[in-house]
Design a protein around this ligand. Structure first.
Ligand code: FBP
Length: 555
């Protein structure tokens, strides 16, 4: 039996490239600040809620400015939420910077996500342990979880854990919700004068934690490339056998950044973009009509095959579905403790719910196949989100397209379908060189922010379409990205999610070409992520980032 494949062995020895701003080593990094910041919206409410961490300046690292403190610091790290390729390298970068600063520093990893710090379940990292995980995918080094860190009791327990281990800084590696909670914790710890700092790192394959300061969350690059490889392979199969329509749901809970990137990389016949569906108020029927039209046109050209990409979060962007799901969420919340509902059979549950919905939403709910109704009733995640990964939208659309085709007198072809969901396949892939380098820099940089005595900041590496030697490093105050949004019926402070910008260059590129993709066969087969070889094959980042930064597309 072999424990590691040759590629795994080779990847362990890969030396991630560190951002140019940090490359001279933690002891030589200097910090400078720009002016005070505000919030993206609702400044007064955010200021009131985050009195002690609001409005801090943006921090930048270079070889000019104030030196950092190399005093002894023990740090705790948490992986929060869904897995994203590169998380292990964030921890490796943090560990290396911390040990370079002071070899007596300790790094603790809390097990199973935020619950690890609350329940004081942890390990202490050492060289041997860290070295086994360098440049690997997954979050299995310490595990992850979706516990929300937000109550007074949880904060008290977190403080007790930190005091017991003499921890003076916590690094939370997470998405928008986890970093919102990181900011709440930073505020609480500062208000209590504990001296314990909190620093976030931007993670999520969904790519929706980005803004004027954060160019991209880590994991997006590798996940999108992994899905593109798989979609490309399916396209080649479709083009070889010429007998199936493949409906592929792609992960990305809410925003369609993953779907759009994969569409640009592979050029499928159809790619739905949730944000466009919402903006154009497209009904489920009009989406099905659009897909049916493409199927019919292709069939009339003798092509009874094709590939359609369906974003995971689509269902929540279709206006009538969104209204129905929002009412359904309230109804389910009101019924969750009623045993007559909880113990009822599904069919009975559907009638109880239907009776409580208004006429329009009841009509939408009742029109759905039982499979989808049952999936819509499943538990919400701890942040109150519908678990869209469990809703088989691809199958719903297939059934509706089939029914539609029966009504179309102009359809003389065949429609034979295959349904796929690509999600978990991409979240733990071995990080691309981009993600390996970016993550290592994010972790190293997080320790620089800690050494600067900062709290309530997100680790930030910029200039990402340039070679790593030109990457800039610094920190962005978490409150700068926040606004107030309704969650569980109440207004809450949250980091604003970045949805696909329909006026932006990425969507425009797709929009200009999609008609051609639909009817001609423009399929691109990107192949697997390459780790060793020429830079233009191995080191390029996503088309999304290249188009957003208006650099000439290199690969
Ligand atoms: P994060 O926002 O925590 O990074 O997770 C995103 C995600 O991968 C979504 O794309 C997907 O809908 C969801 O996690 C699935 O969650 P789970 O792992 O709980 O099934």
């Amino acid at each position: 039996m072999r424990d590691l494949s040759p590629l795994q062995k080779a990847r362990l020895n890969y030396n991630p490239k560190l951002a140019g701003a940090l490359v001279k080593g933690i002891k030589n990094v200097k910090i400078s600040f720009s002016g005070a910041t505000s919030a993206v919206k609702d400044e007064n409410e955010i200021k009131e809620l985050f009195k002690d961490v609001y409005g801090q300046p943006i921090a930048s690292f270079s070889d000019k400015g104030e030196s950092l403190s190399m005093l002894n610091k023990n740090v705790g790290v948490i992986l929060s939420g869904g897995q994203a390729p590169g998380g292990h390298n964030v921890i490796a970068g943090l560990y290396d910077a911390l040990k370079q600063a002071n070899s007596s520093n300790k790094l603790y990893g809390f097990l199973g996500g935020p619950s690890g710090i609350i329940d004081s379940e942890y390990i202490e990292f050492n060289d041997e342990f860290i070295n086994e995980y360098r440049n690997t995918g997954g979050f299995d080094i310490i595990g992850s979880g979706r516990t929300k860190l937000e109550t007074e009791e949880q904060f008290e327990k977190t403080l007790a854990t930190c005091n017991a281990l003499n921890i003076s800084a916590i690094v939370i590696i997470g998405g928008d919700d986890s970093n919102t909670n990181a900011c709440m914790l930073a505020q609480w710890l500062k208000a209590k004068n504990t001296g314990i700092q909190v620093i976030g790192c931007p993670k999520t394959i969904d790519g929706d934690l980005k803004n004027s300061q954060i160019e991209i969350s880590f994991g997006f690059d590798t996940a999108a490339k992994t899905y593109s490889e798989l979609v490309g392979n399916i396209q080649r199969d479709a083009n070889s056998a010429k007998k199936y329509w493949h409906f592929i749901k792609l992960m990305g809970r809410s925003a369609t950044h993953v779907g759009l990137e994969v569409a640009l990389q592979t050029q499928p016949n159809i790619a739905l973009i949730s944000e466009e569906v919402e903006a154009k108020k497209q009904s489920l029927k009009s989406i099905v009509d659009y897909i049916t039209d493409v199927v019919v046109k292709r069939a009339n050209a003798g092509k009874n095959f094709g590939v359609a990409l369906i974003p995971e979060g689509l269902i929540e962007f279709i206006p009538e579905m969104k209204t129905m799901i929002s009412a359904l969420n309230d109804i389910l919340a009101s019924l969750e403790k009623e045993s007559s509902f909880v113990n009822a059979q599904n069919e009975e549950k559907y009638s109880i719910i239907s009776a409580k919905l208004d006429n329009e939403s009841a009509g939408v709910f009742n029109s759905l196949p039982s499979l989808i109704k049952a999936q819509l009733l499943m538990d919400r995640d701890p942040h109150g989100n519908v678990q869209v990964s469990k809703i088989e939208t691809e199958k719903l659309l297939i059934e509706m397209v089939k029914a539609n085709l029966k009504q179309r007198s102009d359809f003389k072809g065949k429609f034979s379908e295959q349904a796929h969901f690509f999600g978990y396949e991409g979240r733990c892939a071995a990080p691309s060189n981009f993600d390996a380098d970016y993550c290592y820099s994010l972790g190293y940089n997080a320790f620089a922010l800690i050494s600067a005595g900062l709290s309530g900041y997100l680790s930030c590496i910029k200039n990402l379409t340039e070679p790593a030697a030109n990457w800039k490093a610094g920190g962005v105050p978490l409150t700068m990205m926040m606004n107030m949004e309704k969650r569980h019926g109440k207004m809450k402070p949250v980091i604003q999610k970045a949805l696909v910008d329909l006026n932006g260059p990425v969507f425009k590129e797709f929009e200009t070409n999609r008609e051609k993709y639909a009817l001609e066969d423009c399929y691109v087969y990107p192949g697997a992520i390459q780790y060793f070889g020429p830079a233009e094959v191995c080191d390029c980042t996503t088309l999304t980032l290249q188009l957003e930064q208006k650099v000439a597309v290199q690969c």
